[in-house]
Design a protein around this ligand. Structure first.
Ligand code: NAP
Length: 315
């Protein structure tokens, strides 16, 4: 039986939740124990967590009863949803609401909800600078999460709303790394002009969340995190240095990006446009020094590249 307060972690076998689980388990002075929630306790990732001391329990964000069981007796809950697994915004909002309801039922003392801004507060659906998607959204994967914020507040769950940033890991896993152009030179494509993009190592999101769980004064607050804010040109220069070959910044318009045709290109085109057009507000919500106060080991882009550049597909 765990004697320390339990943090129940959704997505513990994935990027955000995995970072949090590893941050707690790797801290010899930890004040919490880890309950890793998974749909498959037999997966290698779940077994690795168990081996390092996590309690592994079954849970699915689409099964509220399973969430209540998984949260029972927990002090804290790390709440994250998995938009890209379904790309269905109402489902994302529903899942956030189910997590909030189950956290309330379990009497959780601190939930950290991984969310985003509601972009419609700055770009109403009537605003034609970017297309309205699926009838109700400007940036579906942002807006759908933001819609679930109210469920945490309404339910009276003591919650910190955590605004995350672009994973640099997208350069490895999400097809966003530099691609060779017709001239044979690697090009890093973003539709953001000269605007700076707050980015973060995915692993650091969980490490920052660990810092949030140690700060009950952040309950009821919205906090944003990032490892560094860099322009496309700055990212390309750093990528080139780390990859040992020239990488240029390929600036495209948000419209061109929306037209790339891969699933979610329109959502991401709108997202990058939002980050460009509201650069000041978006960056101000993600202070690097504050993030480092939560997570002293926070990586900047160079540090992330030093460990990961060899994993970025160069082509
Ligand atoms: N890519 C980015 O730049 C970025 C930046 C900020 C935020 N985000 C957001 O991050 C979220 C995803 O988080 P992540 O990257 O940490 O996810 P991830 O690495 O894809 O991991 C997801 C993990 O969650 C579990 N999972 C999937 N569906 C589940 C379900 N229905 N119920 C319970 N567990 C489930 C899976 O574990 P099992 O198979 O073990 O159950 C999986 O290992 C998305 O909503 C996305 O919008 C992404």
């Amino acid at each position: 039986m765990a004697t320390q307060p339990i943090i129940a972690i959704l997505g513990a076998t994935g990027a955000q939740g995995g970072g949090l689980a590893r941050a707690i388990l790797g801290d010899p002075h930890r004040g919490f124990s880890v309950r890793a929630i998974t749909r498959n306790a037999d997966s290698p990732a779940a077994k690795a967590l168990a081996k390092h001391g996590a309690e592994v329990v079954a849970g699915d964000v689409d099964d509220e009863a399973s969430l209540e069981r998984a949260f029972a007796g927990a002090h804290g809950v790390y709440a994250v949803t998995f938009y890209w697994a379904h790309m269905d915004p109402p489902r994302e909002t529903r899942e956030g609401g189910a997590i909030a309801k189950a956290a309330k039922a379990a009497g959780v003392k601190h939930a950290v909800w991984s969310t985003f801004e509601d972009t419609r507060a700055r770009v109403p659906l009537t605003d034609t600078r970017m297309p309205t998607l699926m009838g109700h959204y400007k940036v579906p994967h942002f807006d759908a999460k933001a819609e679930a914020n109210a469920a945490f507040t309404r339910a009276g769950v003591p919650t910190t709303f955590l605004l995350t940033s672009f994973y640099w890991d997208n350069l490895i896993h999400f097809g966003m790394g530099p691609k060779k152009g017709a001239d044979g030179v690697l090009a890093f494509t973003l539709p953001m002009g000269h605007a700076k993009l707050p980015g973060i190592a995915a692993e650091d999101i969980g490490r920052c969340a660990y810092g949030v769980f140690k700060r009950p004064d952040l309950i009821g607050k919205t906090v944003g995190i990032a490892g560094e804010h860099l322009s496309g040109a700055e990212m390309a220069a750093k990528l080139g240095k780390a990859m040992g070959q020239a990488v240029k910044y390929h600036e495209v318009t948000p419209d061109a990006y929306r037209g790339f045709g891969f699933p979610g290109a329109d959502d991401l085109g709108n997202m990058f446009q939002y980050k460009r057009d509201f650069e000041r507000e978006y960056r101000a919500a993600r202070d690097v020094a504050f993030s480092r106060s939560l997570n002293p080991a926070l990586q900047d882009f160079d540090a992330w590249l030093a460990a990961n550049a060899s994993r970025i597909p160069a082509g």
